[in-house]
Design a protein around this ligand. Structure first.
Ligand code: SAH
Ligand code: SF4
Length: 377
C-alpha cells in the first residue's frame, strides 16, 4: 500500500461509520449505501466508477478519501485446489490468507493480526512473534483480493461463501477492527454473508467474548486443545488467565445472547502423545457436555522446530470414535493446501517481530522474486 495517511481508506469503514462519514461531509446518509455497494459488491477501486454519484461529490470524495488495497506478493494454488495469497501490509509486513474450496463452499480463512502475541506452543504464527493489529480495511481487503482473483466482481456469484477468522492472529485481541470487518461481511449492502457463514475463532479471551456478544452475532469457534487446565496452560498460555471453566461459561453466555439454535465449534488440535490419548478424549467428553457444541479435530500440522508430531491415522480415528460414541458431533479437518504451506497453523507471512520470540525458531519463510511475484522456497 502506498503511504497517504492523510486520506481515509473507505474500505475500512463499517456501514455505520460510512453513514457518519457522509453526514459529517454534509451529505445524505443514503450515499453510504450507494458507496458500500460500489466498494463491496462491484469491487470499485476508484471513485470515477461510481456513476450514480454526482461528479462534484466524486471529486470531493477523492480529496479526502481513498480506496486502498494491499499489494499481492504471492498467489499460489495447491494440488488440492486450496489457494493461498501473501499480501503486503502497510509498514512492510506480510500476512497470509487461504481460500479452501469444498463442493459448493469456498471458505476464506482471513488473518486479523500480523503475527500473534499469545504464543500457543504448537502454532507457527505464534512462534513468528507479533507486530501489530490489522486495520478493518486490511481485513476486508483480503475478501476483495480473493473475490477479484476469480474475475471482475459479480455480486450474483458467491465466490467466497464462508469466512473464518482462523488465519494469523487472535481476532479478539484486535476487537474493534475485527467487529467492523465482520459487520461489513454480514451487511446486505456489502458482502451479505449470513451470520452462520462468518466464524470468529478465538483461543479464549473471555472479557472480549462477553463484549462481543453485545455488538455482534457472528458464529463462534473456540480453540480448546485440552480438557484440563494443567495441560491447556502449557498449550494455550492465555488459559492461565482465563481457565477452561470460565471459557465454557462465556461460551454459554454468548449462545444465550444469540437466541437461535447455533452451537459453538470447538477446535482441538491433536498432537501425538500430548492430547490424543483415549483418556484425553474421555476428559474432553465431560467438558463438551457443558456447552452446546460440535467438535472439529485438527491433526497437528508440523513446522520446523515445533517439537510436536501429528498422531497416526489410527490414533485420530480412535479419538474420533470415542467422541462419536458419546454422541458428540465430530469432524476431522483434513489437511488442505499443505504443499503450499496453507494448512492450519502454517500461516506465517513475514512478521517483523516485536517480541523477539521468533529468534528461537529458524526462519520459516524466505522469499525470492519469481516472475514478478515471490515464491516460497
Ligand atoms: N487465534 C485464533 C485463530 C487463529 S488459529 C485461535 O487460536 O483460535 C486457527 C486454528 O488453528 C486454531 O484452532 C489453532 O489452535 C489451530 N492451529 C494453530 N497451529 C496449528 C498447527 N500447527 N496445527 C494444527 N492446528 C493449528
Ligand atoms: Fe495466536 Fe491462535 Fe496461534 Fe494461539 S493458535 S498463537 S491464539 S494464532
Amino acid at each position: 500500500m502506498s503511504e497517504t495517511p492523510s486520506k481515509i481508506n473507505l474500505l475500512g469503514l463499517s456501514p455505520a461509520k460510512l453513514e457518519a462519514f457522509f453526514e459529517e461531509m454534509g451529505e445524505k446518509r443514503f450515499r453510504a449505501t450507494q458507496v458500500l455497494k460500489w466498494l463491496h459488491q462491484q469491487g470499485a477501486s476508484s471513485f470515477d466508477e461510481m456513476t450514480n454519484i454526482s461528479k462534484a461529490l466524486r471529486t470531493k470524495l477523492a480529496e479526502v478519501a481513498e480506496i486502498r488495497e494491499p499489494e499481492i506478493l504471492l498467489d499460489k494454488t495447491s494440488r488440492d485446489g486450496t489457494r493461498k495469497w501473501v499480501i503486503r501490509m502497510d509498514g512492510g509486513s506480510a500476512i497470509e490468507m487461504v481460500l479452501i474450496p469444498d463442493g459448493d463452499r469456498r471458505t476464506l480463512c482471513v488473518s486479523s493480526q500480523v503475527g500473534c502475541s499469545l504464543d500457543c506452543s504448537f502454532c507457527s504464527t505464534g512462534k513468528q512473534g507479533y507486530n501489530r493489529n490489522l486495520s478493518t480495511a486490511e481485513i476486508i481487503a483480503q475478501l476483495r483480493v480473493a473475490i477479484r482473483a476469480y474475475g471482475p466482481f459479480d455480486p450474483s456469484e458467491r465466490r467466497v461463501s464462508n469466512v473464518v477468522l482462523m488465519g494469523m492472529g487472535e481476532p479478539l485481541m484486535n476487537f474493534d477492527n475485527v467487529v467492523d470487518a465482520t459487520q461489513l461481511m454480514m451487511d446486505d449492502n456489502a458482502y451479505g454473508l449470513s451470520k452462520r457463514r462468518v466464524t470468529l475463532s478465538t483461543s479464549g479471551v473471555v472479557p472480549a467474548l462477553d463484549k462481543l456478544r453485545e455488538v455482534s452475532d457472528v458464529s463462534l469457534a473456540i480453540s480448546l486443545h485440552a480438557a484440563n487446565n494443567e495441560l491447556r496452560d502449557q498449550l494455550v498460555p492465555i488459559n492461565k488467565r482465563y481457565p477452561i471453566e470460565e471459557l465454557i461459561a462465556a461460551c454459554n453466555r454468548y449462545l444465550e445472547g444469540l437466541n437461535d439454535k447455533r452451537v459453538i465449534t470447538v477446535e482441538y488440535t491433536l498432537i501425538e502423545g500430548v492430547n490424543d490419548q483415549p483418556e484425553h478424549a474421555r476428559e474432553l467428553v465431560k467438558v463438551l457436555r457443558q456447552v452446546p457444541c460440535k467438535l472439529n479435530l485438527i491433526p497437528f500440522n508440523p513446522f520446523p522446530n515445533s517439537g510436536y508430531r501429528r498422531p497416526s491415522e489410527e490414533a485420530i480415528q480412535r479419538f474420533k470414535d470415542i467422541m462419536l460414541k458419546a454422541s458428540i458431533i465430530t469432524t476431522v479437518r483434513r489437511t488442505r493446501g499443505d504443499d503450499v504451506d496453507a494448512a492450519c497453523g502454517q500461516l506465517v507471512g513475514q512478521v517483523e517481530d516485536r517480541t523477539r520470540r521468533s529468534q528461537k525458531y529458524i526462519p520459516v519463510v524466505q522469499e525470492e522474486p519469481v516472475h514478478g511475484k515471490t515464491e516460497r522456497v
